[in-house]
Design a protein around this ligand. Structure first.
Ligand SMILES: C[S@@+](CC[C@H](N)C(=O)[O-])C[C@H]1O[C@@H](n2cnc3c(N)ncnc32)[C@H](O)[C@@H]1O
Length: 283
């Protein structure tokens, strides 16, 4: 069980969990991430009910930390695919509730959940926007100061451990129907990265998926690097030293030129969901 503390002042004493289960440890990779016994329930915890704590898989905490936007009054950040808002809330905390965090979500129902989440977590720097990120004009003066974009778009979800797909699927076992579906998802994911690269002041873009398939991960990253948008705006992959250097899991070696630049989490091996995190930087 992973609990991400959004309110840094929260101490052990404020948890009311039964004495036998209240031991927890600090995660070695993610600041403010605490690890609890899987049987610990947070449902009745005040800190959870008031949005000071969010429960999420460890791998899902990586993108905001890798994006690493500055915490200042003039910070301008986009979360292009925000709902249900866990990564947005994490980002909001990392930038100390300062600056502006534009949180896009195209689905109306998910958007309403998102608004409730931000109000519960008291994210004062988040501006939720119910719109398709692809329809946003990168030249719009409203976004002219945006320097960091988080992209965690819809994916196959094949890395999510509850779904157990990873037990029956492997990268080598993609049949033609599935390959067709993955190729369509990958084309959309690439479009999202390319669109993000068109924002005038953007310096850093994190792209993540909870997929185990190279088609949605290394292949998309490779295609994004070779795209006209990346070449004209001078985007390259951030060096491994900027992408969770202490995390050993890296991209599939046979799928890209420099797999050490991306982070991979493997279900069944890393005690996390299957996940990929990559980071593009303007040089
Ligand atoms: C994988 S989920 C994001 C999870 C979120 N980052 C979190 O950690 O809570 C993808 C979300 O992006 C939304 N989405 C997909 N395409 C979009 C687009 N073009 N513009 C805005 N939102 C989009 C979906 O409706 C979905 O809610």
């Amino acid at each position: 069980m992973f609990a991400l503390i959004l309110s840094y002042g929260l101490s052990r004493m404020q948890f009311n969990i039964s004495a036998s289960k209240k031991e927890f440890s600090k995660d070695e990779h993610i600041p403010a991430l605490l690890l609890f016994h899987p049987q610990v329930s947070f449902q009745d915890e005040e800190a959870y009910k008031t949005g000071k704590v969010i429960l999420q898989d460890k791998a899902s905490c990586f993108p905001a930390v890798v994006l690493n936007p500055p915490a200042s009054a003039d910070s301008a950040v986009i979360d292009a695919t925000s709902a249900p808002g866990n990564k947005t809330s994490h980002l909001s905390t990392l930038i100390c509730n300062l600056g502006t965090l534009f949180a896009f979500e195209r689905d109306r129902k998910s958007f309403s959940t998102l608004q409730k989440m931000f109000s519960k977590a008291k994210c004062k720097n988040v501006e939720p926007i119910n719109a398709d990120f692809l329809a946003v004009n990168p030249m719009d003066s409203k976004y002219s100061k945006v320097t960091h974009i988080l992209l965690d778009p819809s994916c196959s979800g094949s890395g999510i451990v509850n779904r157990l797909d990873y037990l029956v699927e492997s990268e080598q076992e993609v049949d033609s129907v599935q390959e067709d579906r993955l190729n369509k998802i990958a084309a959309f994911q690439l479009m999202m990265i390319n669109h993000a690269m068109e924002f005038f002041s953007v310096q850093r873009i994190v792209y993540s998926t909870c997929s185990i398939h190279a088609i949605e991960d290394e292949h998309v990253v490779r295609a994004a690097l070779e795209s006209a948008e990346a070449l004209s705006a001078n985007f390259n992959l951030a060096p491994p030293s900027q992408v969770l250097p202490q995390w050993k899991g890296r991209g599939y070696a046979n799928e890209m030129h420099d797999p050490t630049s991306v982070v991979r989490c493997l279900p069944g091996e890393d005690a996390t969901n299957g996940f990929l995190v990559s980071c593009f930087v303007r040089e």
